[in-house]
Write a protein that binds this ligand. Structure first.
Ligand SMILES: [Zn+2]
Length: 421
């Protein structure tokens, strides 16, 4: 299940650790004991001397702080470090007590909901999926589905709900992380849904929610390429076009919790109609439904015959691969719009890396060499190294895994003395 993460993290959460590896320059630094704990978790295993060096604290402080964390049952000593010389006791290392806390990460979707149960070291313990009921539904129905999904993942882990400290949840749509409110989601009938309060009332535990692209960006920051890059961008091309931005090792959420709607930035005045109701949005040239709209014509299908955009896109892709020029043109045009969107992102944020991610990155025309070359051509980068682009075709569980990071962040802050909403 997790093998497609193996290239970046051999034993995710194990000796390689998880979480951002670079220290933040932010002036509102976390309490020192939290920094110690997070350093140990990020490295997987660390000697006290590593902690002293990494956090620039005295040996005495490191000893006091780690003793306190061991006493609290959050860290433990292991004999896991190689001996520097051939003699004497092997040096003692510190690691997170994995069973100190458990969290569940959930990704809600209009096709399949997924869940990952993770220990405090960030290692996945169990996972589960549940087909989502079709169409828009009420909050009650969604909570019912979440209930079944949680049951499944607990059964897989042979655990009970009482052992879980918190749930993290990625939801498509406009989601306010700070208030726990879903302003709008493509599968919810209601708007302005206070999912945090409803969840607490039903399950008796805190839930932390965010836009699904943000949880995917957290997955990159905690478990992927973003662990060693302070400033990076994640762009997803799925039903819509989403964007997550990490600045100084932290997810940037904006001032009003709107999410970064790259898909609704305009690339054409009075252009194609977008599903948001406005014209000329990037998404109207690039998203599944936009390509499916054109595919119907290219493939000579009756546009009035209802057909899933996924089926339509797969057919279009197969046609393009087998040399159908009309099908190729559609993908190429979409790719050119993507290069335009990406060049704007580079120009605005000067990121260290752009990660194209999501489940549907199999349509490789969208990010072909030509697309990336055009992106560079549209970007002013005289005398600078051009921004790199990586494509990550993660499996479906990556979103839920990112949601575990959302919960782990909050549970860590609560356990280590930083109050957070
Ligand atoms: Zn739009």
């Amino acid at each position: 299940m997790y093998d497609n993460m193996a290239d970046q993290n051999d034993e995710s959460g194990g000796p390689n650790g998880c979480g951002p590896l670079l220290a933040s320059d932010s002036p509102d630094a976390k309490p020192l004991r939290q920094q110690v704990f997070e350093h140990v978790r990020a490295t997987g295993r660390a000697a006290r001397t590593d902690v002293t060096r990494a956090l620039n604290i005295s040996a005495g402080s490191a000893t006091t702080l780690t003793a306190d964390l061991i006493c609290a049952g959050l860290l433990r000593e292991v004999e896991g470090l190689p001996r520097e010389s051939g003699r004497g006791r092997p040096p003692v290392a510190l690691e997170v007590v994995p069973e100190a806390r458990y969290v569940i990460g959930i990704k809600l979707s209009d096709e399949t909901h997924s869940a990952v149960l993770s220990d405090f070291a960030g290692r996945p313990v169990a996972d589960a999926t549940l087909p989502s009921s079709p169409g828009r539904k009420s909050l009650d129905t969604v909570l019912e589905e979440i209930d079944i999904l949680i049951d499944r993942v607990l059964k897989d882990a042979d655990m009970s709900l009482l052992e879980i400290s918190a749930v993290g949840m990625g939801i498509p749509g406009i989601v306010d992380h700070d208030t726990g409110t879903v302003t709008w989601s493509p599968f919810l009938i209601e708007t302005e849904v206070d999912i945090r309060t409803a969840f607490m009332a039903r399950f008796g535990m805190p839930v932390y929610v965010d836009n699904d692209t943000n949880v995917l960006s957290l997955a990159e920051l905690w478990f992927g390429a973003g662990r060693t890059i302070a400033d990076f961008v994640v762009v997803t091309i799925e039903n819509g076009v989403g964007m997550g931005l990490v600045l100084d090792n932290r997810l940037f959420r904006g001032a009003r919790g709107m999410g970064l709607e790259l898909g609704h930035t305009k690339v054409q005045l009075d252009g194609a109609l977008c599903r948001c109701g406005q014209r000329g949005c990037l998404e109207a040239y690039l998203a599944d439904y936009a390509l499916a709209r054109e595919a119907a014509t290219a493939l000579d299908r009756n546009p009035r015959t209802p057909q899933s955009p996924y089926v339509m896109l797969d057919a279009l892709f197969a046609q393009a691969k087998s040399g159908n020029e009309a099908a190729r043109t559609i993908f190429r045009r979409a790719g050119r719009y993507l290069s335009l969107g990406l060049s704007n992102v580079i120009q605005l944020f000067d990121p260290g890396l752009i990660i194209l991610s999501g489940e549907r990155m199999q349509y490789d025309y969208l990010y072909s060499k030509e697309v990336l070359a055009e992106m560079q051509k549209l970007t002013l980068s005289d005398g600078r190294t051009p921004c790199e682009v990586e494509v990550h075709a993660w499996g479906g569980m990556i979103w839920a895994r990112g949601a575990t990071a959302l919960a782990l962040e909050a549970v860590t802050a609560a356990a280590l003395g930083e109050a957070r909403g």
